[in-house]
Design a protein around this ligand. Structure first.
Ligand SMILES: [Zn+2]
Ligand SMILES: [Zn+2]
Length: 108
């Protein structure tokens, strides 16, 4: 792995997935809110990024859509409140989403 910038600083938004225990690096571009290894996330947002939801349930990917502009968009279902959310799949960066796992999901 090589970086062209030559300077890499750790940012605080890396996280440990509480569902599979793996360390997840924050994406360099875009917004990562789910674990690339088990495709799980935590239900913390009402609108993307606002952290205003008090549900805190587990969001599990249960399908995906193919979007002409965004590519793969993962569909999540909250295991606690049943709300459905979606998040663009990240295929670049240090920890790309597990493509094999995505392919096992149902395409909509
Ligand atoms: Zn995980
Ligand atoms: Zn929820």
């Amino acid at each position: 792995m090589s970086t062209s910038s030559g300077q890499f600083t750790h940012i605080n938004e890396n996280f440990v997935c509480e569902y599979c225990g793996r360390h997840v690096q924050k994406a360099k571009t875009g917004c990562r809110n789910h674990c690339p290894f088990c495709l799980s996330s935590k239900h913390v947002d009402i609108n993307p990024g606002d952290r205003a939801n008090e549900c805190r349930g587990q969001l599990k990917a249960n399908g995906y859509e193919l979007d002409g502009k965004k590519g793969i968009v993962l569909l999540f279902l909250c295991q606690k409140c049943g709300q459905k959310t979606r998040n663009k799949s990240l295929r670049d960066g240090p920890d790309p989403d597990d493509y094999d796992l995505i392919l096992k999901l149902n395409v909509r």
